[in-house]
Every structure is written in C-alpha cells, then in structure tokens.
Ligand binder design. Sequence first.
Ligand SMILES: [Zn+2]
Length: 194
Amino acid sequence: MKQINIPNQFELFLSYEQLSPQGFEYGLTHVYYQLDNNCIYFKFISEIKEDETTEILKLKSNSVNYKEIINDFLIEYFTIPQNTIGRLLFDSSSLFSEEEFNQIKETCRLNQVNRINEHIEKASNNELILFLTQQGLSPIPTYSDGTNWYATCPNQRKHSMMVNTHSNQWGCGYCRKKGNLNDLKEWCDSLKKS
Ligand SMILES: [Zn+2]
C-alpha cells in the first residue's frame, strides 16, 4: 500500500452510495479526514439526510502506514450494521480504488457472518432456541448482542418476535404475548388446536 499524508484540515477522501434492497439510492455519503494531535478525525456527511457524524481514531504509534490504518478503521466502521443503510456502492475516492473498497466491503460481510455464527454457536444448547428451531420459527441473533434474538411469531407466522437467551424469555409486541419456554409451548399448542 502506498504511503499517504493526512491533511491538517478536513479533506474529502471517499464518497459512497447506499442502495436499498429494492434498488432505491439513499444518496451519497462523503467521508472527510483530518490529522490532529495524534488522532485522525473522520466526518461522514450524508447528502440526503443532511446529517453529519464525527468519528475519532487515536493513533498508537508514529511510524504508521496511514492508508492501512484508514482501511482498518473503515472495516470496523462498516462492520457495525447501524452505521449503514442498505448496500454500499463505491462512488469515488482519492485513496482507495473501487477494488480496494469492495475488498473492505467483503471483509465486513465476513466479519458479520462470523459474529452471527459465534452467537449461534454459543446458544446451541439453549432450550428456547432449540424449540423455536424445531417449530420452524427461524431464530436469528441480532448482530451486536448474542443474547437478543429475533424469531418468527408462531401466530400466523407473518411478523417477528423477540427472544432473549439470557433471561430465557420471549415476547411479541404485536400479539401482546410473552413468557418463558413453557408459556411458548402452551401457546404453540393452543394455536395448532384453534
Ligand atoms: Zn405475534
């Protein structure tokens, strides 16, 4: 990777589009960077939402490959699902080629898959999750916390309910139902009879 110098005022280095699953474009987001006091400041400015977020990255050493550091920062940033809406599309960059940007995206995707698989592995003996799986209610952990899961609600199977593998409780806000494993078993039985 080539060595770069980071400006001491905010400078644009990346623009990307976000695409909804239906193909709707959310508008470009422009990313700026600036070096100050052994920190790199990043500014994310969204064209459509007209909002601005700042991220700060503390540099650990003086002999650094900035491009690699920014590359790693972007991987960390884009791996967090809340930081993006829809699929990322490269627009332009003074630092990364489209291929390098796509490599960042792919690393983020793999990180997310690994994290979800870790959550699934950890809950492999959880009776509530095992029951939901047996019933075909497709329990899926949320990305950030392995104890919070979604599953298909057994009532009509058209919406989701929340499940927690720490408290071993479940709840559906739509049906206004909640309880423990036995409550769920009873509810599933009564739904089958009705
Ligand atoms: Zn429900």
